[in-house]
Design a protein around this ligand. Structure first.
Ligand code: GLP
Length: 240
């Protein structure tokens, strides 16, 4: 695992955009996208490169990490809507090639199996962007998630619902259940890129990078991945 301590969020955004640009310039790129606030600077930098440098997403396929259960795709906080608003509506990717688990499916287990199969059929993900929860979760794999899990329904912890309440009117509106790529699914990506800023993430980053490889900190799966990069600012690195 490579850990890069950066001077600012903008610097992290440029590094992540460099990694994504290299993949996008290659054949049949398959990119893994994440929601949350951490990836936003990278998305803004990718949009800028699309507009100003002609970086094209035309041949790309994209897979999201996770989705809330029960929010219609039209809900502004569904992750499918968030990723359109923050990235894919602003670049030349084919909207039909942007995939996310459907949290409104009647049979959620079947939907998860279908999603994993779609990732495999695309040839797997070249680069997967990850944020990290304050409890060390990645995607929505909360502590004690199986390290080999595939895409599946999960229950959110109270802490994660409180962390994400800022996107809703109140914590009671945050869905209790989600669909998330499993830790095994995420680990199948060729390159994992985790980004974190701010002191609220410092403990989770220390556990992920220097703690034991353990389901107690799902982000510690980066330790056994053959190509993982962690971009953090000084505050997020302060417990290392
Ligand atoms: C949510 C998402 C995660 C994300 C996390 C941290 O729980 N499912 O993928 O990493 O939030 O979000 P933020 O970057 O806003 O702190």
């Amino acid at each position: 695992m490579e850990v890069v301590i950066c001077g600012s969020g903008e610097e992290i955004g440029r590094h992540v955009a460099d990694v994504y640009e290299a993949v996008l310039r290659g054949p049949a790129p398959v990119i893994g996208l994440a929601t949350g606030s951490s990836p936003l600077v990278a998305y803004q930098e990718l949009i800028r490169r699309h507009r100003e440098d002609g970086l094209s997403f035309a041949g790309a396929t994209a897979f999201l990490l996770d989705e809330y259960v029960g929010l219609p795709l039209s809900h502004p906080e569904s992750y499918a809507a968030v990723i359109r608003r923050e990235l894919t509506d602003h670049v030349d990717i084919d909207p039909a090639r942007v995939f996310s688990p459907d949290g409104t499916a009647a049979d959620l287990a079947a939907e998860c199996a279908r999603y994993d199969a779609a990732i495999a059929a695309a040839g797997g993900v070249h680069v997967q962007l990850l944020g990290i929860g304050t409890d060390g979760h990645v995607g929505f794999n909360e502590p004690m998630s199986s390290l080999t899990s595939r895409t599946r329904p999960k229950t959110l912890t109270r802490q994660t619902r409180e962390d994400n309440a800022r996107f809703f009117d109140s914590v009671d509106e945050v869905p209790t259940h989600v669909l998330t790529q499993g830790l095994g699914t995420i680990s199948s990506a060729r390159h994992l890129v985790l980004v974190a800023t701010g002191s609220a993430k410092a403990e989770a980053i220390a556990a992920a990078v220097e703690g034991p490889l353990s389901a107690r900190c799902p982000a510690s799966i980066l330790q056994w991945h053959r190509h993982a990069t962690v971009f953090v600012d000084e505050a997020a690195a302060s417990r290392l």
